[in-house]
Design a protein around this ligand. Structure first.
Ligand code: C5P
Length: 232
């Protein structure tokens, strides 16, 4: 499994997505399709980006009863994406059902990773709203271990947690980390950020980068800077 930079294509239409990706002449970056773009354009956008030769992380964060997640994952597996995800909060049983649904008849399946606690949830909101009294770092690790137990390939986590996840779940357990910013860039609404170079040192396997690339004056140069810092 190689390290890679995944561009978060957080656009609300196929048109804007194509206009953005057309700037990358000759290059086919790994892209993330999240809820915004998927709800706007449906499976057609996945099929088209696949046809154009991009690897795809379909970031729909499933969370429902095991039977529903299993059947939904079976449908998503037909889209032939490279990576997809769910909420670890759905329990080990739900994650096991997801793997079953996602696995095709020939035994292959996309990578499946779990969201632990969203980075927008902090200790206070977790205690107050979710009535979880444990330390948030420990909750994240426990959810990662549950994901591993269920047979998932890894987790989405803050780059600050990636090293710890590898310690607890093994080096082969994949960490996908958003919250990446250039040392000289705006951090926007992300709170705990790291540069691509720091994410490499700490052992992230994939970084997910949105606005530092999509909102850059020269998105291709920004992408190449990420690749140079993180992959080379
Ligand atoms: O623009 P920016 O680089 O902040 O985009 C980060 C991407 O990663 C967005 O698509 C955001 O939804 C996603 N993400 C995140 N934090 C998480 C999970 C996903 O920022 N915990």
């Amino acid at each position: 499994m190689g390290k890679d930079v995944i561009i978060a294509c957080d656009f609300d239409s196929a048109e804007k997505t194509f206009a953005f990706l057309d700037k990358f002449t000759g290059k086919k970056p790994f892209v993330k399709i999240g809820m915004e773009l998927y709800y706007a354009e449906g499976p057609a956008i996945v099929k088209e980006l696949k046809r154009r030769g991009h690897k795809i992380f379909l970031d729909l964060k499933l969370h429902d009863i095991p039977n529903t997640v299993k059947k939904s994952m079976a449908v998503l597996s037909r889209l032939d994406v490279d990576m997809t995800n769910l909420h670890a909060a759905g329990t080990v049983r739900m994650m096991e059902a997801a793997i079953e649904g996602l696995t095709r008849e020939d035994g292959t399946r996309p990578m499946l990773i779990a969201v632990t606690q969203l980075t927008s949830t902090d200790q206070e909101s977790m205690e107050k709203d979710l009535l979880i009294k444990e330390d948030i770092a420990e909750v994240v690790m426990h959810y990662a271990e549950n994901a591993k137990k269920a047979g998932l390939d890894g987790v989405v986590c803050s780059p600050l947690e990636a090293g710890k996840v590898h310690e607890r779940c093994g080096e082969g357990f994949v960490t996908v980390t958003p919250g990446v910013r250039f040392a000289d860039g705006d951090i926007g609404d992300q709170k705990r950020v790291m540069t691509p170079a720091q994410a490499k040192v700490i052992g992230s396997d994939y970084i997910v980068v949105g606005r530092p690339i999509t909102a850059a004056e020269d998105p291709v140069a920004a992408y190449e800077r990420c690749v140079a810092e993180f992959c080379d």
